[in-house]
Design a protein around this ligand. Structure first.
Ligand code: 4NP
Length: 159
């Protein structure tokens, strides 16, 4: 079983969408017995909350249901998950700091946009303080990136 974790700041916009998209693609390819995923945030402000309503609406309009509850990234995640995908450099720095406090980690850590063939930036933009179009842009970025990530994981582990 390959385990993949998506990480963002609050775990209510970007990483829950990445999780839902990735799971949708896993199910489409009938790989649910081989690959699982989850998401987490680096701050506690929204812990226990459902995904942001604007993110849910944009995803729903495109046929994707997001139904996770926000949780905090924990040390154990860096030993449990094979891949950890931060959405931006700030998330990556927080993971690196946690890794330093753990004295290492097992997970391979890669910025999400390493898997975006159209990337103009290394970051998935934070849509929280912006307008609806920002959520649409995040959807397009994560739709492309999770598709390429799934191809990558399948090639690394199963082909
Ligand atoms: P996310 O978006 O990291 O993609 O879940 C945000 C959620 C909440 C906040 C910022 C970004 N916030 O400042 O509360």
């Amino acid at each position: 079983m390959v385990k993949v974790l998506f990480v963002c700041l609050g775990n209510i916009c970007r990483s829950p969408l990445a999780e839902a998209l990735f799971r949708h693609k896993i199910e489409e390819k009938q790989l649910s017995n081989c690959i699982v995923c989850d998401s987490a945030g680096i701050t506690w402000h929204h812990v226990g909350q459902p995904p942001d309503e604007r993110m849910r609406r944009v995803a729903n309009d495109r046929g994707i249901t997001i139904s996770s509850k926000a949780r905090l990234l924990r040390k154990d995640d860096l030993f449990e998950f094979d891949y950890v995908l931060p959405m931006d450099g700030e998330n990556l720095d927080a993971i690196d700091a946690l890794r330093g406090r753990c004295g290492g980690c097992v997970s391979k850590i890669k910025l999400m946009r390493e898997f975006d063939t159209n990337a103009e930036s290394k970051n998935v933009p934070d849509p929280y303080y912006g307008g609806e179009e920002g959520f649409g842009e995040v959807f397009d970025i994560l739709n492309r990136s999770t598709e390429n990530l799934l191809d990558f994981v399948v090639k690394e582990h199963y082909l």
